[in-house]
Design a protein around this ligand. Structure first.
Ligand code: NA7
Length: 548
């Protein structure tokens, strides 16, 4: 943010402020600015669009959801003609795509980059929000749209004596723009989640020595990297809208139809055939949800999948001790991981696996890390330790709603929202993929949610009102979500999905587990019942009044 922009920002009065210039924020800005013609402005701490795709430029970063559903559908021409090169687009291709969308729809000129919104206060008398940036500029907006990212609030724990280390500590989600040269370096990767396994498979064989510091092993299946499938390209070109509607009408919007067959209702032979075909095809989400319908809900069904993956680990990894260390003991019910040749990496002489649950990472030294009492000499330590998912970035903004109510107090026992879109007592604050949104892939669902609340905004504009949420309706929604989560193995398996990855974070459900198709049915019912649960109350005309 330069000084001239800074001067222009202070005192700015907007109809709509959109926080976040990632997938959801860009679309929300497009709709508010270009379709509704409102005075809308975006804000992002980064110096370009992309959101999480701006920050996560670590080696090997790519979507592990097929590129087909990592695309906006609102611009049907781009949807039809954007030629993704790979089945799973790399970070730079996703970033390039988002940048092209922003250019085509003239969004960048309406975004203040390098600008972090730190505070949001609802001004009841004026019916609008007062936003304060990190630099102290004050902006008012009648509506605030927060599209701050499900997985964007970095979690990177500090280890004792970290400042003594003479090498570099790199955080995967804050990767330097000048990609550091790691060849010949002794590199440690802390973390073996989706991020860690992408880094590990990318760096193995390309650095001096790779040390994998694994606390909890996870079930990993192949991803199936390759060119974008021609057949799919033709299908989308022929009927882009039909493809979009079909994808949205599935449970998780990952571009395949979830299975409706129980793993326990087929013969052993048939089960092995289905798992083997899924293994050969690749795609973690499809392995978990497209093979059988009950892997995430029934322990016995789940075990058939883990037995299969375990047999793969045992056949791929040559050293039985290493294979044992790589084999999880919990359910296959985290966000599913997929990377090509993951287990093969551990057959290499230049890769060492450290079990840091047994031999703890004790502290840094000048030369490296003390792990289980022994020093491992290192040049670079990469933290791939995850995110304060779902709620992290909302709570980083010090938000005060009606009657002085703080968002952090309202969410002290875990989040509360209505349909992942709004929070009772925080009027005209709309969220893209807020907590208790459906458990799905993102871009098409972001569009759907933005379109949904845009209708609400239009309605509020017609009557000159503000949008709030009925507390009882909100709590009913939360209850439905909690009950839905309680029926799954995701609830009892530690991961960011339930908040267990962050020390001290309330462990709770944060999702609508009924699937996107049911979410749309439910939300359309709410709309047809005059937006049941949303409250639009008239206020005085506030446009043009002064900042308090
Ligand atoms: P994840 O899936 O939360 O994984 C974080 C990893 O970091 C996981 O293996 C953790 O082990 C490990 N971790 C965290 N803290 C520590 C400490 N203190 N010591 C050792 N190891 C640690 O994050 P990702 O970034 O990989 O993926 C998140 C999502 O982003 C992903 O699903 C995509 O949708 C994008 P643990 O399992 O907690 O023992």
């Amino acid at each position: 943010m330069n000084d001239s922009n800074s001067a222009a920002l202070d005192g700015l009065q907007l109809d709509v402020a959109v926080i976040g210039a990632g997938v959801g924020g860009l679309y929300a800005l497009h709709v508010m600015k270009n379709e509704l013609g409102m005075k809308a402005q975006g804000f992002d701490e980064a110096d370009d669009v992309g959101g999480t795709w701006y920050w996560n430029r670590y080696p090997g970063c790519r979507v592990d959801t097929e590129s087909t559903v990592y695309t906006y559908s609102f611009d049907l021409d781009m949807f039809q003609n954007w030629n993704w090169s790979e089945r799973y687009a790399k970070q730079e291709e996703v970033q390039g795509y988002l940048s092209a969308v922003a250019d085509k729809h003239d969004l960048k000129s309406a975004i203040n980059f390098g600008t972090r919104i730190e505070k949001a206060d609802w001004l009841e008398d004026e019916g609008r929000w007062l936003l304060t940036t990190k630099n102290g500029e004050r902006i008012t907006a009648r509506y605030v749209i927060e599209s701050v990212g499900l997985l964007s609030s970095t979690y990177a724990p500090e280890f004792p004596d970290q400042d003594k280390f003479k090498g570099d500590v790199l955080v995967s989600s804050k990767w330097p723009k000048d990609d550091p040269d790691l060849s010949d370096k002794r590199v440690a990767v802390i973390g073996t989640g989706s991020t860690g396994i992408q880094i590990i498979t990318e760096l193995a064989g390309k650095v001096g020595h790779l040390h994998v510091l694994q606390r909890t092993p996870q079930w990993v299946v192949p991803l199936g990297i390759g060119p974008f499938p021609q057949k799919t390209r033709e299908r989308i070109k022929k009927d882009p809208k039909g493809f979009r509607d079909w994808a949205l009408d599935t449970g998780t919007v990952f571009g395949f139809q979830e299975s409706t067959t129980s793993a326990l209702e087929v013969s052993e032979e048939e089960r092995q055939r289905i798992y083997e075909a899924a293994w050969q095809k690749g795609n973690g989400f499809e392995f978990l949800l497209g093979t059988f319908s009950d892997l995430t809900v029934t322990p016995e069904a789940n075990k058939t999948a883990t037995d299969f993956i375990k047999s793969k680990i045992d056949s791929i990894v040559k050293d039985p001790e290493t294979a044992k260390k790589l084999t999880p003991t919990d359910y296959y019910a985290k966000r599913p991981l997929a990377a090509d040749n993951y287990y093969e990496v551990y057959n290499r002489d230049d890769v060492s696996l450290h079990d840091v649950k047994t031999n703890k990472i004790e502290r840094f030294t000048e030369k490296g890390l003390i792990i289980g009492g022994e020093e491992v000499e290192l040049d670079v330590v990469i933290m791939a330790t995850g995110f304060d998912a779902m709620t992290g970035n909302y709570l980083k903004i010090d938000t005060t709603g009606r009657d002085g109510k703080k968002l952090r107090d309202a969410w002290s026992d875990g989040p509360h929202t209505y349909a992942g879109l709004a929070v009772s007592g925080f009027p005209n604050l709309l969220m893209v993929f807020g907590p208790f949104s459906p458990f799905t892939s993102q871009p098409l669902v972001h569009e759907w949610q933005v379109d949904y609340f845009t209708d609400l905004v239009k309605k509020a504009e017609e009557v000159g009102g503000v949008i709030d949420v009925d507390e009882e309706a909100q709590e009913n929604w939360v209850k439905i979500c909690q009950e839905g989560m309680a029926g799954t193995l995701f609830e009892v398996t530690d991961s960011w999905i339930n908040g267990a990855n962050i020390p001290g974070k309330p462990r709770t459900s944060m999702w609508y587990m009924g699937g996107m198709s049911s979410y749309m049915v439910e939300m359309n019912k709410i709309r047809d019942e005059d937006y049941r649960g949303f409250k639009i109350s008239p206020i005085e005309e506030t446009r043009g009044s002064k900042i308090a």
